[in-house]
Design a protein around this ligand. Structure first.
Ligand SMILES: O=C(CO)[C@H](O)[C@H](O)COP(=O)(O)O
Length: 228
């Protein structure tokens, strides 16, 4: 059976090698991004690599602080040199679904501000067509029911994401997430535009024209795809 953790680590180490001295870096969220963040911190300690970073979630922020990575606030930054982040699915055109960990709002802001975005993952992440993974849609609580109504009109089953104790999951922005089971998204661009037109939708998990490089761990190395 494939060792997915080892694949994540290989992808993360390869991406961390792309970090150069003096960069302003976006740190992603999730298990694969965590491997990259740990490797970046190791390079800082052992190789003297210097950088400043922004965190795409409170969890990543806490991890970065614990590892001694200097952080800035995204709100005071107009451009990042590089973002390294995981993904839930990625297609051959490097369109991705993200937000399985609930950090899509900040992840997308960082991705859009980055000169380059590298997505890292194991061999379960590449897909021919997006949509098997339920698409996260982050919604301001004020608009919960009205957005639910509009999402239901799209015809796919939707579920309000909940925590283990049954309470609604709250994002770092104290918003909620609907997970939408499209199964297959044939026109990701059109769907993205539809979601963006719904007042109260803070972010959706479709990352289109944002990923520049995908680094996927394999059994014995990595496979790298560039968009340009
Ligand atoms: O989008 C994300 C968090 O919002 C993650 O990057 C995505 O869920 C992948 O996580 P993992 O590396 O743990 O598989």
């Amino acid at each position: 059976m494939a060792d997915l953790e080892a694949q994540k680590q290989r992808a993360a180490l390869r991406a961390a090698a792309e970090v150069a001295d003096g960069m302003l870096l976006g740190l992603g969220t999730g298990s694969t991004a965590t491997y990259a963040i740990r490797e970046i911190a190791r390079r800082m300690r052992e190789e003297g690599l210097r950088l400043t970073a922004i965190a795409t979630s409170s969890a990543t922020g806490a991890l970065a602080v614990s590892l001694g990575i200097p952080l800035r606030s995204m709100g005071e930054i107009d451009q990042l040199d590089l973002v390294i982040d995981g993904a839930d699915e990625i297609d051959p055109a490097l369109r991705a679904i993200k937000g399985g960990g609930g950090a899509l709002f900040r992840e997308k802001i960082a991705a859009a501000a980055a000169v380059r975005m590298i997505v890292i993952g194991d061999s379960s992440k590449p897909v021919e067509t997006l949509g098997r993974f339920k698409l996260p849609v982050e919604v301001h609580p004020f608009a919960l029911r009205s957005v639910q109504h509009q999402l239901e009109a799209l015809g796919a089953p939707i579920a309000l994401r909940s925590r283990a104790d049954g309470a609604p999951f709250a994002t770092d922005q104290q918003a909620n997430i609907f997970d939408v089971a499209f199964d297959r998204i044939d026109d990701a661009g059109a769907l993205a535009r539809m979601l963006e037109a719904m007042p109260g939708v803070l972010a959706h998990g479709l990352f289109i024209d944002l990923v520049d490089t995908a680094i996927i761990g394999t059994e014995d190395g990595v496979s790298i795809t560039n968009r340009h």
